[in-house]
Design a protein around this ligand. Structure first.
Ligand code: KIV
Length: 299
């Protein structure tokens, strides 16, 4: 791990500039963020894209799956990220049922994320969702696809499982990728598929593939902020594709425990952590607050 990589000065990253980096020697990097502090960290680390993912349902809001968040929830978090004005492209995730019903509703929902500050939206599914992709593109909003393991389909998929392990399933994923690219998506997230299939998809499309649990043969990689920082619910086993770069939850717990201990033992706050009056003011206040003797009050 090279944490000493220089912070680059850079211009605004856009969906077309991401699309142009197909096949570039340097892989694209996307990291999720859901609020201003996490967005500042991801931007300072010079990631190319900040994904305000619906994974926030699980990693921030404590739900068991991603299907619990609404477009309003997503817009609230996109806006928090956007207020930090990152150069990274903000990709807002369209949540479950926000692009499944009709074109007008789909475009309104995508527009809500753009008005909150997203530079592009992401939606899950391949050929089945081409109408939605086209409707959003017709409204001049860049779209990123997402195929392979699509967490919003986890009821239909029977859980969070690696996809495309059989030949027919692998073929369907390649065809979905080609359909998304042809429709005009600027990139595709490829989640939890074998690396051979990821290579085939990457070679079959003219737009960048961004892998998560898809091996190294993609044009870029994405990880969930809380997974890579070790801020996960301890009861949830991190997937095998996560590389944990820090144990922030342990560091944070240690710091808060120290505060709790300092308060209880009377070592917080110290004099240096306290606002003081001048001596003159202290004396005046003493006089003002000294209780009048009871005998005087009765006289
Ligand atoms: O919501 C999310 O964080 C995602 C990533 C897993 C790609 O869609």
């Amino acid at each position: 791990m090279n944490s000493q990589a220089p912070v680059r000065s850079r211009g605004q990253i856009t969906a077309p500039s991401i699309a142009q980096r197909k096949g570039a020697a340097e892989p694209l990097v996307m990291v999720t963020a859901y609020d201003a502090p996490s967005a500042r960290v991801v931007e300072a680390a010079a990631a190319d894209m900040i994904l305000v993912g619906d994974s926030l349902a699980m990693v921030v809001l404590g739900y068991d799956d991603t299907m619990q968040v609404t477009t309003q929830d997503m817009a609230h978090h996109v806006a928090a990220v956007a207020r930090t004005k990152p150069k990274a492209l903000i990709v807002g995730d369209l949540p479950w049922m926000s692009y499944h019903v009709d074109r007008a509703e789909t475009v309104r929902n995508a527009a809500m994320l753009v008005r909150a500050g997203a530079g592009a939206v992401k939606l899950e599914g391949g050929r089945k969702r081409i109408d939605s992709v086209q409707a959003i593109l017709d409204a001049e909003i860049p779209v990123m696809g997402h195929i392979g393991l699509t967490p919003q389909s986890m009821l239909a998929m029977g859980g969070f499982k690696v996809q495309g392990k059989q030949l027919d399933a692998a073929q369907r994923i390649v065809e979905d990728a080609m359909a998304l690219a042809e429709a005009g998506c600027f990139g595709i997230v490829l989640e939890c598929v074998p690396d051979g299939l990821a290579r085939m998809v990457t070679d079959s499309v003219s737009i960048p593939t961004i892998g998560i649990g898809a091996g190294r043969h993609c044009d870029g990689q994405v990880l969930v902020y809380h997974d890579l920082l070790g801020m996960c619910d301890g009861s949830r086993r991190a997937p095998k594709f996560v590389r944990q770069y820090a144990d922030v939850e342990a560091i944070a717990t240690e710091a808060v425990r120290a505060f709790v201990n300092d308060v209880r033992t009377g070592t917080f706050p110290s004099s240096a952590e306290t606002y003081h009056m001048t001596d003159g003011m202290n004396q005046a206040l003493d006089l003002y607050t000294t209780p009048t003797p009871r005998s005087t009050q009765l006289a």
